[in-house]
Ligand binder design. Structure first.
Ligand code: AMP
Ligand code: MG
Length: 315
Protein backbone atom coordinates (compact mmCIF):
# COMPACT_ATOMS: atom_id res chain seq x y z
CA UNK A 1 0.00 0.00 0.00
CA UNK A 2 1.31 3.43 -0.90
CA UNK A 3 1.83 5.83 1.95
CA UNK A 4 -0.75 8.60 1.58
CA UNK A 5 0.66 10.60 4.49
CA UNK A 6 3.35 12.99 3.27
CA UNK A 7 5.04 13.24 6.69
CA UNK A 8 5.05 9.57 7.79
CA UNK A 9 8.30 7.82 6.86
CA UNK A 10 9.29 4.17 7.10
CA UNK A 11 12.65 3.91 8.82
CA UNK A 12 15.79 3.57 6.72
CA UNK A 13 19.25 5.19 6.50
CA UNK A 14 18.02 8.14 4.45
CA UNK A 15 15.19 8.85 6.89
CA UNK A 16 17.60 8.53 9.81
CA UNK A 17 19.82 11.25 8.29
CA UNK A 18 16.87 13.46 7.46
CA UNK A 19 15.44 13.15 10.99
CA UNK A 20 18.74 13.91 12.70
CA UNK A 21 19.28 16.93 10.47
CA UNK A 22 15.81 18.24 11.23
CA UNK A 23 16.27 17.77 15.00
CA UNK A 24 19.62 19.60 14.78
CA UNK A 25 17.82 22.51 13.12
CA UNK A 26 15.56 22.72 16.18
CA UNK A 27 12.49 21.04 14.68
CA UNK A 28 10.32 18.45 16.39
CA UNK A 29 9.69 14.90 15.18
CA UNK A 30 7.26 12.11 16.08
CA UNK A 31 9.37 9.08 16.96
CA UNK A 32 8.70 5.47 17.97
CA UNK A 33 9.80 4.05 21.31
CA UNK A 34 9.03 0.70 22.92
CA UNK A 35 6.53 2.33 25.33
CA UNK A 36 4.54 4.85 23.25
CA UNK A 37 5.39 7.27 20.41
CA UNK A 38 7.17 10.45 21.50
CA UNK A 39 7.23 14.10 20.42
CA UNK A 40 10.97 14.71 20.32
CA UNK A 41 13.06 17.88 20.35
CA UNK A 42 16.58 19.00 21.32
CA UNK A 43 16.49 19.19 25.14
CA UNK A 44 19.28 21.82 25.09
CA UNK A 45 17.27 24.15 22.83
CA UNK A 46 14.85 26.59 24.42
CA UNK A 47 12.97 26.98 21.15
CA UNK A 48 12.54 23.25 20.55
CA UNK A 49 11.39 22.62 24.12
CA UNK A 50 8.96 25.55 24.03
CA UNK A 51 7.47 24.14 20.84
CA UNK A 52 6.88 20.76 22.47
CA UNK A 53 4.76 22.40 25.20
CA UNK A 54 2.96 24.58 22.65
CA UNK A 55 2.14 21.79 20.20
CA UNK A 56 0.93 19.38 22.91
CA UNK A 57 -0.94 22.14 24.76
CA UNK A 58 0.90 20.89 27.82
CA UNK A 59 0.94 22.98 31.01
CA UNK A 60 4.38 24.53 31.60
CA UNK A 61 4.60 23.05 35.11
CA UNK A 62 4.65 19.49 33.79
CA UNK A 63 8.30 18.52 33.23
CA UNK A 64 9.44 16.42 30.25
CA UNK A 65 11.37 13.15 30.30
CA UNK A 66 14.86 13.53 28.79
CA UNK A 67 16.11 10.63 26.65
CA UNK A 68 19.74 9.51 26.34
CA UNK A 69 21.69 6.89 24.49
CA UNK A 70 24.25 6.15 27.19
CA UNK A 71 25.47 6.92 30.70
CA UNK A 72 28.27 9.20 29.51
CA UNK A 73 25.85 11.65 27.94
CA UNK A 74 23.38 11.54 30.83
CA UNK A 75 26.15 12.17 33.36
CA UNK A 76 26.56 15.71 32.01
CA UNK A 77 23.06 16.61 33.18
CA UNK A 78 22.33 14.58 36.36
CA UNK A 79 24.07 13.04 39.37
CA UNK A 80 23.90 9.26 39.57
CA UNK A 81 23.61 7.28 42.82
CA UNK A 82 23.88 3.61 43.80
CA UNK A 83 20.12 2.90 43.49
CA UNK A 84 20.27 4.29 39.97
CA UNK A 85 23.19 2.05 38.95
CA UNK A 86 21.43 -1.07 40.27
CA UNK A 87 18.23 -0.36 38.33
CA UNK A 88 20.10 0.79 35.23
CA UNK A 89 22.06 -2.45 35.11
CA UNK A 90 18.94 -4.56 35.36
CA UNK A 91 16.41 -2.67 33.21
CA UNK A 92 18.21 -0.40 30.73
CA UNK A 93 17.79 0.32 27.97
CA UNK A 94 14.08 -0.10 28.61
CA UNK A 95 10.73 1.23 29.85
CA UNK A 96 11.87 2.89 33.08
CA UNK A 97 12.43 6.58 33.90
CA UNK A 98 14.61 7.82 36.77
CA UNK A 99 14.18 11.13 38.57
CA UNK A 100 17.61 12.34 39.67
CA UNK A 101 19.25 15.56 40.88
CA UNK A 102 20.16 18.01 38.16
CA UNK A 103 23.83 18.89 37.70
CA UNK A 104 24.77 22.54 38.13
CA UNK A 105 26.62 22.42 34.80
CA UNK A 106 23.70 20.87 32.91
CA UNK A 107 22.86 22.53 29.59
CA UNK A 108 19.25 21.31 29.65
CA UNK A 109 16.77 24.03 28.88
CA UNK A 110 15.26 24.86 32.31
CA UNK A 111 11.84 24.93 30.65
CA UNK A 112 12.19 21.23 29.84
CA UNK A 113 12.26 20.37 33.53
CA UNK A 114 9.79 23.07 34.59
CA UNK A 115 12.61 24.84 36.45
CA UNK A 116 12.91 21.96 38.92
CA UNK A 117 16.20 20.89 40.49
CA UNK A 118 15.45 17.35 39.35
CA UNK A 119 15.51 15.73 35.90
CA UNK A 120 13.62 12.64 34.70
CA UNK A 121 15.87 10.57 32.42
CA UNK A 122 15.27 7.47 30.30
CA UNK A 123 17.30 5.18 28.05
CA UNK A 124 14.81 3.85 25.50
CA UNK A 125 15.49 0.51 23.80
CA UNK A 126 13.69 0.91 20.46
CA UNK A 127 16.26 0.66 17.68
CA UNK A 128 14.97 3.73 15.82
CA UNK A 129 15.25 6.11 18.74
CA UNK A 130 18.62 4.62 19.72
CA UNK A 131 20.10 5.13 16.28
CA UNK A 132 18.84 8.73 16.26
CA UNK A 133 20.27 9.46 19.72
CA UNK A 134 23.62 8.05 18.62
CA UNK A 135 23.89 10.72 15.93
CA UNK A 136 22.71 13.79 17.87
CA UNK A 137 25.07 15.62 20.20
CA UNK A 138 22.16 16.43 22.49
CA UNK A 139 19.53 14.45 24.45
CA UNK A 140 15.91 14.46 23.35
CA UNK A 141 13.12 15.92 25.45
CA UNK A 142 10.26 13.62 24.55
CA UNK A 143 6.79 13.40 26.08
CA UNK A 144 4.15 11.25 24.42
CA UNK A 145 3.16 12.54 20.95
CA UNK A 146 -0.47 13.44 21.69
CA UNK A 147 -2.49 16.38 22.98
CA UNK A 148 -2.17 16.82 26.74
CA UNK A 149 -4.67 14.71 28.77
CA UNK A 150 -5.56 12.49 25.76
CA UNK A 151 -4.60 8.90 24.93
CA UNK A 152 -0.94 8.22 24.14
CA UNK A 153 -0.11 7.12 20.58
CA UNK A 154 1.06 3.59 19.85
CA UNK A 155 1.54 3.95 16.08
CA UNK A 156 2.75 6.59 13.61
CA UNK A 157 -0.86 7.00 12.46
CA UNK A 158 -1.99 7.77 16.02
CA UNK A 159 0.58 10.59 16.09
CA UNK A 160 -0.78 11.89 12.79
CA UNK A 161 -4.34 11.84 14.21
CA UNK A 162 -3.42 14.58 16.68
CA UNK A 163 -0.73 16.63 14.93
CA UNK A 164 -1.54 16.20 11.22
CA UNK A 165 0.90 18.21 9.06
CA UNK A 166 2.20 20.21 12.04
CA UNK A 167 5.10 17.79 12.23
CA UNK A 168 7.54 17.60 9.33
CA UNK A 169 8.58 14.07 10.22
CA UNK A 170 6.83 11.15 11.88
CA UNK A 171 8.98 8.01 11.76
CA UNK A 172 7.03 4.76 11.50
CA UNK A 173 8.70 2.15 13.70
CA UNK A 174 5.74 -0.24 13.93
CA UNK A 175 3.31 -0.47 16.81
CA UNK A 176 4.78 0.15 20.27
CA UNK A 177 5.53 -3.20 21.94
CA UNK A 178 4.92 -2.19 25.55
CA UNK A 179 2.02 0.10 24.71
CA UNK A 180 1.86 2.13 27.95
CA UNK A 181 4.19 4.82 29.32
CA UNK A 182 7.37 4.03 31.27
CA UNK A 183 7.51 3.35 35.00
CA UNK A 184 8.73 6.57 36.68
CA UNK A 185 10.82 6.11 39.82
CA UNK A 186 12.06 9.00 41.94
CA UNK A 187 15.58 8.26 43.21
CA UNK A 188 16.33 11.63 44.82
CA UNK A 189 15.44 10.27 48.28
CA UNK A 190 13.86 7.05 49.48
CA UNK A 191 12.95 5.39 46.13
CA UNK A 192 9.38 6.02 45.15
CA UNK A 193 7.22 5.05 42.16
CA UNK A 194 5.71 8.22 40.68
CA UNK A 195 3.96 6.41 37.84
CA UNK A 196 3.38 2.64 37.62
CA UNK A 197 4.39 0.84 34.42
CA UNK A 198 5.30 -2.57 33.04
CA UNK A 199 8.30 -2.77 35.35
CA UNK A 200 6.42 -3.04 38.64
CA UNK A 201 7.25 -2.06 42.23
CA UNK A 202 7.89 -5.68 43.24
CA UNK A 203 10.67 -6.02 40.65
CA UNK A 204 12.20 -2.67 41.65
CA UNK A 205 12.07 -3.58 45.34
CA UNK A 206 13.78 -6.89 44.62
CA UNK A 207 16.68 -5.18 42.85
CA UNK A 208 17.12 -2.39 45.40
CA UNK A 209 16.65 -4.79 48.32
CA UNK A 210 14.68 -2.17 50.25
CA UNK A 211 11.15 -0.89 50.70
CA UNK A 212 9.86 1.89 48.51
CA UNK A 213 8.32 5.09 49.83
CA UNK A 214 4.55 5.45 49.58
CA UNK A 215 4.37 9.08 50.71
CA UNK A 216 2.35 11.45 48.50
CA UNK A 217 4.64 13.40 46.14
CA UNK A 218 4.57 17.17 45.85
CA UNK A 219 5.75 17.34 42.25
CA UNK A 220 2.95 18.14 39.88
CA UNK A 221 3.37 16.25 36.65
CA UNK A 222 1.16 14.95 33.87
CA UNK A 223 1.32 11.28 34.76
CA UNK A 224 0.10 12.33 38.17
CA UNK A 225 -2.71 14.55 37.01
CA UNK A 226 -6.06 13.04 37.91
CA UNK A 227 -7.56 13.44 34.43
CA UNK A 228 -5.24 11.96 31.84
CA UNK A 229 -5.15 9.29 29.17
CA UNK A 230 -8.69 10.25 28.12
CA UNK A 231 -10.17 8.57 25.01
CA UNK A 232 -12.68 11.42 24.58
CA UNK A 233 -15.77 9.37 25.55
CA UNK A 234 -16.90 8.39 29.08
CA UNK A 235 -15.12 5.45 30.71
CA UNK A 236 -17.02 3.57 33.44
CA UNK A 237 -15.20 0.99 35.53
CA UNK A 238 -16.69 -2.13 37.13
CA UNK A 239 -20.06 -2.04 35.35
CA UNK A 240 -21.49 -3.89 32.35
CA UNK A 241 -22.62 -2.07 29.17
CA UNK A 242 -26.28 -1.17 29.03
CA UNK A 243 -26.88 -0.14 25.43
CA UNK A 244 -25.95 -1.28 21.95
CA UNK A 245 -23.58 1.65 21.46
CA UNK A 246 -21.60 0.86 24.63
CA UNK A 247 -18.28 -0.99 24.34
CA UNK A 248 -17.05 -3.43 26.99
CA UNK A 249 -13.36 -3.87 27.74
CA UNK A 250 -12.76 -7.30 29.26
CA UNK A 251 -9.83 -9.47 30.31
CA UNK A 252 -9.31 -13.25 30.30
CA UNK A 253 -10.89 -16.45 28.99
CA UNK A 254 -14.24 -16.39 30.74
CA UNK A 255 -15.69 -13.64 28.51
CA UNK A 256 -17.72 -14.69 25.50
CA UNK A 257 -17.12 -13.16 22.06
CA UNK A 258 -19.51 -10.35 21.25
CA UNK A 259 -19.52 -7.47 18.75
CA UNK A 260 -19.06 -4.90 21.51
CA UNK A 261 -16.62 -6.91 23.67
CA UNK A 262 -12.94 -6.03 23.40
CA UNK A 263 -10.63 -8.45 25.17
CA UNK A 264 -7.31 -6.98 26.38
CA UNK A 265 -5.89 -10.49 26.65
CA UNK A 266 -7.80 -13.70 26.01
CA UNK A 267 -5.06 -15.68 27.75
CA UNK A 268 -5.13 -13.38 30.80
CA UNK A 269 -1.60 -12.06 30.27
CA UNK A 270 -1.25 -8.63 31.89
CA UNK A 271 1.70 -7.58 29.71
CA UNK A 272 -0.29 -8.38 26.60
CA UNK A 273 -3.25 -6.48 28.10
CA UNK A 274 -1.11 -3.37 28.66
CA UNK A 275 0.14 -3.48 25.08
CA UNK A 276 -3.45 -3.63 23.80
CA UNK A 277 -4.99 -1.01 26.10
CA UNK A 278 -4.60 2.20 24.04
CA UNK A 279 -4.96 0.35 20.73
CA UNK A 280 -8.34 -0.99 21.84
CA UNK A 281 -9.54 2.31 23.32
CA UNK A 282 -8.70 4.09 20.06
CA UNK A 283 -10.47 1.38 18.05
CA UNK A 284 -13.62 1.67 20.19
CA UNK A 285 -13.68 5.44 19.66
CA UNK A 286 -13.19 5.05 15.88
CA UNK A 287 -16.01 2.49 15.65
CA UNK A 288 -18.34 5.16 17.06
CA UNK A 289 -19.21 3.64 20.46
CA UNK A 290 -20.51 6.30 22.85
CA UNK A 291 -19.25 4.91 26.17
CA UNK A 292 -16.63 2.44 27.38
CA UNK A 293 -17.41 0.07 30.24
CA UNK A 294 -14.56 -1.88 31.82
CA UNK A 295 -14.64 -5.27 33.58
CA UNK A 296 -12.45 -5.86 36.63
CA UNK A 297 -8.79 -6.26 35.77
CA UNK A 298 -6.34 -7.82 38.28
CA UNK A 299 -4.14 -5.21 39.95
CA UNK A 300 -1.01 -7.33 40.41
CA UNK A 301 2.23 -6.52 38.52
CA UNK A 302 1.53 -4.63 35.26
CA UNK A 303 -2.17 -4.70 36.22
CA UNK A 304 -1.49 -1.82 38.56
CA UNK A 305 -0.36 0.34 35.61
CA UNK A 306 -3.39 -0.71 33.54
CA UNK A 307 -5.80 0.18 36.35
CA UNK A 308 -3.96 3.47 36.97
CA UNK A 309 -4.48 4.52 33.31
CA UNK A 310 -8.12 3.34 33.31
CA UNK A 311 -8.98 5.20 36.52
CA UNK A 312 -7.48 8.44 35.14
CA UNK A 313 -9.25 7.91 31.81
CA UNK A 314 -12.52 7.65 33.74
CA UNK A 315 -12.17 11.05 35.49
P1 AMP B 1 5.02 12.01 30.31
O1 AMP B 1 5.89 13.01 29.67
O2 AMP B 1 3.57 12.26 30.06
O3 AMP B 1 5.44 10.63 29.97
O4 AMP B 1 5.18 12.15 31.89
C1 AMP B 1 6.36 12.52 32.50
C2 AMP B 1 6.45 11.93 33.89
O5 AMP B 1 7.78 12.01 34.35
C3 AMP B 1 5.62 12.65 34.92
O6 AMP B 1 4.49 11.94 35.22
C4 AMP B 1 6.50 12.77 36.16
O7 AMP B 1 6.14 11.74 37.05
C5 AMP B 1 7.86 12.53 35.68
N1 AMP B 1 8.79 13.69 35.66
C6 AMP B 1 9.28 14.29 34.55
N2 AMP B 1 10.19 15.21 34.85
C7 AMP B 1 10.30 15.22 36.18
C8 AMP B 1 11.10 15.95 37.10
N3 AMP B 1 12.00 16.86 36.69
N4 AMP B 1 10.95 15.70 38.40
C9 AMP B 1 10.08 14.77 38.80
N5 AMP B 1 9.30 14.04 38.00
C10 AMP B 1 9.41 14.25 36.70
MG1 MG C 1 1.92 11.79 28.03
Amino acid sequence: MENIYSNIYSFNKKVLKKTVKSLKQGNLAGLPTETVYGLAGNAYSKRAVRNIFRLKKRPKNNPLIIHYNNLKNARQDVSFNSDFFKLYKKFCPGPITFVLKRNKKSKLSPISTSNLKTVAIRFPSHKVIRSILKLTSFPLAMPSANFSTKLSPVSAYDVYDDFKENLKIIVDGGSSKIGIESTVVDLTGKPKILRPGIICSKEIKAILKKNLSNKKSKIKSPGMMKKHYSPGIPVIIGQKPKKIDHAYIVFGKKHKKNFNYFNLSQKADLKEAASNLYKIMRKIKKYGFKKIFVAKIPSSGPGKAINDRLIRASK
